[in-house]
Ligand binder design. Structure first.
Ligand code: IVH
Length: 714
């Protein structure tokens, strides 16, 4: 065994750094250094499978997924606990204790009841052997793999007794819960109703990598089986936990009389909102293990413990309005604007409604009286509607209609992708999405803009230099060079260097890569950079094979014919062939480009936002070309009637617009998607719309089909 020492050393070292980072918040090494040690261990473990250890820190990030959880018997039954709902019931419980023990005063503890999922950790000879859920109290699910990803649970204990079972609660801290639900809203997924559901849902995952990605934590609150540790009271057990650095539930009040119990319960009721996780009660327990044994158990719960449940705080208030937030990826999140109301320790005036489906489930309408609570005591949420108090004729709320099918931030098109619960704005120039879209736009697979990562994008947007990707092309080297960045952290992490600017050198590099994007980046990269839904790298490549330049896309017959085909995800494989469409047959379009992408392209180019993008590109003189771009030989168009003339087509004509495009191009003219000062004629049919208004305002002649025919004959 050449490497067993190094492997052991790395495991110990990584465990130490994990603890410094996750429990003490006092890291000693940089993330990069940690990653280096982690990879070294990973490589050695891969090369030495015989040295496998389920408690290796490399498994913190999650091992292979399971097919199902195995069931295992508990060493001692995992009982439930009796609930007390009023101070009188606490008094009755205390009297039973006094009677059972024949004492007036009894040493007890009062501590928070954590709103999570009960879990038993079994350590044998100092190594976490397995972890079980409560299950039916006798047998539980073996969730060891998932539990190993929870960072504040030690995987090995030093100088541990032969057997130690630690019982406690796995939960999701409020901050992590809020962030997770935000991410889910943003991703168009259903949010979790409360931290407990989020925890239970996460632990049920058979893929430990999912669990590793969720912010779960553990706090111990009780002793299970024990061999070899001499423990007389709960306090002895607490000291043992401290020694092993297993985090324990707190705060704990030590009390002896009914008055002291009630005082502790009231104090906890104030404090519990600031614990950083959900609590729904106070657990009262006898301190001394001998006294516990004297009191014993009923069939379902110990006689030596009880849980006082705080009444859930729910308040009625008026839902005055529903506003819409545009997230950084364009997701539109409805927010309830409430008549301010005091709930669980703070005033609540807003609560997320998550998405349209959630609004429909609860049937929330503007003007409703709603019931408000704090999910996990922290995050304001609308529980339900008091339908009896709904004013007559209150219409149902439908988000896209309320928004007139436009993004409130940029008036871009909005849509709800199949299988998602959220509506989103799909305009890559939307200012609310500026950071995300600029970062994507600059990405390696998009326009590969040197030195423009997310942190620089944030600064560009914050400093108001750029509100959207195309704004980048209006900036000078100096603009970039003077951009103020966050101060760099020095290596000791204590002192901060003062001002830090983007700098001349990086600015020049970035500016040059923008020039390259403007003149050399091929059409497929631009199309991908624009982030149109369903237009990924391969669809962009196929589009680029089929078109010569970006300005060909808005009027493309291929796109409009393809968009009219039924969605071939729903067709059988044999019917998917685009040969079904006579016009498309000749192009041999591959599977990367289908009707759905075409519909998205059509919607985008026809939208107000899409038109603005085309006009901006036109103004910037940007018209990305495909690799197969070859200018039409001049000779071929020479002498044709429309040479040098640019047309825009709008309104309903006697034939589809692409037909007119073909005629114009065959006669030497060009067709562009949007009206600008460079447009020579607007060919307008019935209902010319915004393009006609724009042409008129720019003094661009507006012609009809008859006038075009005349031009062709002249
Ligand atoms: S002591 C024999 N202390 O509540 C049970 N339990 O409703 C002794 N719980 O399954 C339990 N916080 O998982 C105890 N501070 C706390 C607790 C706590 C939450 C859970 C526990 C139990 C459930 C009973």
């Amino acid at each position: 065994m050449l490497f067993d020492n190094r492997i052991a050393e790395l495991r110990a070292e990584l465990n130490r750094h994990n603890k410094l980072y996750y429990q003490d918040a006092q890291p000693e090494i940089s993330d990069a250094e940690y990653d280096r040690l982690f990879r070294e261990l990973e490589d050695l473990e891969k090369a030495n499978p015989d040295l496998y250890d389920p408690n290796s820190p490399t498994l913190r990030v999650g091992g292979a997924p399971l097919d199902a959880f195995e069931q295992k018997a508990h060493l001692l039954p995992m009982l439930s606990i009796d609930d007390l709902f009023a101070e009188q019931e606490v008094a009755d419980f205390f009297r039973r204790l006094q009677k059972g023990l024949g004492l007036d005063e009894i040493p007890l503890t009062v501590e928070p009841k954590i709103d999570g999922v009960a879990c038993s950790l079994v350590y044998r000879n100092g190594s976490l052997e397995y972890a079980l859920t409560r299950g039916d109290g006798t047998r539980g699910d073996d969730i060891s793999q998932n539990v190993r990803t929870i960072r504040n649970i030690p995987l090995s204990l030093e100088n541990a007794p032969p057997l130690l079972e630690v019982r406690g609660e796995i939960f999701m801290p409020s901050e992590g819960f809020a962030k997770l639900n935000e991410q889910r809203d943003e991703a168009g997924l259903d949010p979790f109703a409360n931290p407990r559901n989020a925890t239970a849902g996460t632990l049920k995952s058979l893929d430990p990598k999912v669990v590793a990605s969720r912010p779960l934590a553990f706090l111990a609150h009780g002793l299970g089986a024990n061999e070899g540790a001499n423990l007389d009271t709960e306090d002895d057990f607490r000291k043992l936990l401290e020694q092993f650095q297993i985090p324990r539930n707190s705060p704990v009040w030590h009390v002896r009389t009914l008055d002291e119990i009630l005082a502790a319960i009231r104090e906890l009721d104030v404090k519990r909102h600031d614990l950083g996780h959900g609590t729904d009660g106070a657990v009262i327990k006898v301190l001394d293990f001998d006294q516990r044994e004297t009191l014993g158990f009923t069939s379902r719960a110990p006689r030596w413990a009880a849980a006082f449940k705080y009444p859930p705080e729910q308040k009625e208030t008026l839902l005055k309005d529903i506003t819409i937030q545009v997230g950084r990826t364009g997701v539109l999140t409805p927010v309830a604007e409430l008549e301010p109301v005091f709930v669980s320790g703070t005033t609540v005036s807003r609560a997320t409604l998550h998405n349209q489906e959630e609004i429909e489930r609860k049937d929330v309408r503007i003007g409703d009286t709603v019931l408000v609570e704090k999910a996990g005591e922290i995050i304001p949420s609308v529980v339900s509607v008091v339908v009896a108090k709904r004013p007559d004729n209150t219409p149902a709320y439908f988000l896209p209609e309320a928004l007139n099918y436009q993004c409130p931030s940029c008036h871009g098109p909005i849509e709800k992708p199949d299988g998602f619960v959220a509506w989103r704005c799909v305009n890559f120039e939307c200012p609310a999405q500026a950071v995300t879209s600029i970062t994507h736009f600059a990405g390696r697979k998009a326009l590969d803009l040197d030195g423009l990562g997310e942190s620089v994008a944030i600064k560009l947007v914050e400093s108001k230099l750029a509100a959207s990707p195309l704004d980048l092309f209006t900036l000078s080297v100096d603009d970039f060079a003077n951009l103020l960045l966050d101060p760099a952290k020095s290596s000791d992490g204590l002192t901060q260097s003062k001002e830090r600017r983007f700098g001349e050198k990086r600015a020049t590099t970035l500016f040059n890569s923008l020039e390259k994007a403007r003149t050399e980046m091929p059409l497929n990269r631009w199309l991908f950079a624009m982030g149109i839904p369903q237009v990924g790298e391969s669809a962009a490549r196929e589009l680029s094979r089929l078109h010569k330049k970006l300005s060909d896309l808005p009027g493309s017959a291929i796109i409009s014919d393809l968009a009219d085909l039924p969605d071939f995800e729903e067709l059988s494989k044999s019917k998917r062939k685009k040969e079904n469409h006579p016009g498309l047959q000749q192009y041999q379009i591959d599977d990367n480009l289908g009707p759905v992408a075409a519909q998205h392209l059509r919607t985008f180019f026809q939208s107000e936002a899409g038109q603005t993008v085309l006009a901006k590109l036109d103004e910037l003189g940007i018209d990305p070309r495909s690799d197969n771009y070859a200018p039409d030989p001049v000779a071929a168009t020479e002498g044709l009637p429309l040479v040098g003339k640019t047309f825009v087509i709008t309104g309903t004509l006697s034939a589809p617009r692409p037909e007119f495009k073909k005629i114009i191009e065959a006669n030497g003219g060009k067709v562009s998607g949007s009206v600008s000062s460079k447009t020579d004629f607007l060919l307008s049919g019935e209902g010319g719309g915004s393009k006609q208004t724009k042409a008129e305002s720019l003094g661009v002649p507006v012609i009809d089909e008859a006038a075009l025919t005349e031009m062709l004959q002249s």
